[in-house]
Design a protein around this ligand. Structure first.
Ligand SMILES: NC(=O)c1ccc[n+]([C@@H]2O[C@H](COP(=O)([O-])OP(=O)(O)OC[C@H]3O[C@@H](n4cnc5c(N)ncnc54)[C@H](OP(=O)(O)O)[C@@H]3O)[C@@H](O)[C@H]2O)c1
Length: 343
């Protein structure tokens, strides 16, 4: 297809946010899709992954990845279709996953390391699933739980952000490994979903009940593994209930990402000492060479009908600034995805 007449709408970082991002922290720009040279491709964006980590990438701070520069197209993983190719690596029509950015088209070398495009198979699973359990959040949950948590059958696993992208997978992988699973989520609907649809044993609605009391009720044998997605007061509450040799996986701390005050660390950390327990961070990219193993196991469970995923899809590139806030306000119900164009 000719890309000559195409315009590429993009969302760029205009300012570093203080607290919750504001509309004025973004610029919407538009430029023509340029002709491609040998070895290059054009990818048309279909779906973008909206992730809590995006908030961290907007800060000018040292992290596991460099910050997005002011004026740069906002970083985002996504799924798209190759619509022009001068590379033997991808053919027109291929569905690909990679670092597309918040824009309608990605143009560049097919083997660009930063974008890291790889083919995904629509016949194995619908494309949005590749941004959920079969993509980055799923790999975070799978390798974080199995490699850092090292669950054994019969152990009690607690996971916060339970109805979200990472949380829903953590709980289901833990159930597959024979654990008792207790979720923590905001609101009755999310709690009902993880228990009734995903098969968690119980869920604590932290917005309407005491997490400490809920843990006493639902974890009578204590907590062996805590998969922490939220940090803050919930981490502190779980620390009071851990068992000897417990493992705490520090995956994220979304309750802290928009704080203008310094990050609040756990006050109850001496529980680690008393219980000879371990707290360890995880960064998903460390497992990239084994994603295919996690994806294959979860795809098999999906086919068997013993593993479900839920996506929350918002339409329209222009809705990116507000959609991102859904994550921090608990307005997403499942993996948050921005649909930029129809398949
Ligand atoms: N380390 C890694 O490699 C890695 C990779 C991916 C993700 N992560 C982290 O994993 C966590 C979950 O990410 P996700 O993509 O799966 O997001 P998600 O759970 O799908 O969405 C975020 C959820 O966080 C909850 N939340 C927001 N503010 C909160 C607060 N103040 N206290 C408690 N809960 C709050 C909300 O759920 P409720 O309605 O239940 O409050 C919201 O729906 C994040 O911390 C993210 O940074 C880490």
């Amino acid at each position: 297809m000719s890309t000559a007449a195409l315009m590429n709408q993009q969302i760029r970082l205009a300012a570093r946010p203080v607290g919750m991002p504001k509309p004025s922290d973004w610029n919407v720009t538009s430029e023509a899709v340029r002709d491609i040279a040998d070895g290059e491709i054009v990818v048309k964006t279909l779906y973008l992954s909206l992730d809590p980590a995006m908030r961290g990438w907007m800060n000018d701070a040292k992290s596991y990845i460099r910050p997005v520069a002011i004026g740069e197209v906002m970083r985002a993983g996504g799924i798209g279709k190759v619509i022009a190719s001068k590379s033997p690596k991808f053919a027109v029509g291929d569905a690909v996953s990679g670092g597309i950015g918040v824009q309608e088209y990605w143009i560049g070398a097919a083997d660009d390391k930063t974008a890291g495009f790889y083919r995904v198979d629509e016949k194995v699973a619908p494309l949005p699933k590749y941004l959920n359990a079969l993509g980055m959040p799923g790999m975070t949950a799978y390798f974080g739980l199995l490699e850092v948590g090292m669950p054994k059958a019969g152990e009690t696993v607690v996971v916060s952000g339970a109805a979200g992208a990472v949380g829903q997978t953590v709980g289901q992988v833990a159930k597959h490994k024979g654990c008792r699973v207790v979720g923590i989520a905001g609101g009755k609907d999310k709690c009902d979903f993880v228990v009734n649809e995903l098969g968690f044993d119980a869920c604590i609605d932290y917005k309407n009940e005491s997490v400490k009391d809920g843990l006493k009720t639902h974890c009578p044998q204590g907590v062996d593994i805590y998969f922490d997605n939220v940090g803050g007061d919930i981490l502190d509450a779980v620390l009071t209930r851990i068992n000897m040799k417990a493992r705490i996986i520090i995956c994220g701390a979304i309750s802290q990402y928009n704080n203008t005050a310094p990050v609040k660390g756990p006050a109850n950390y001496l529980s680690l000492l008393v219980n000879r327990a371990r707290m360890e961070g995880i960064v998903v990219f460390d497992y990239a060479d084994r994603y295919h193993i996690g994806a294959a196991e979860m795809a098999t469970w999906m086919k068997e009908g013993t593993f479900k995923t839920r996506e929350d899809i918002v339409e329209g590139l222009e809705n990116f600034p507000d959609a991102l806030l859904m994550l921090f306000e608990g307005r997403n119900f499942g993996k948050l995805i921005l649909q930029v164009a129809k398949e």
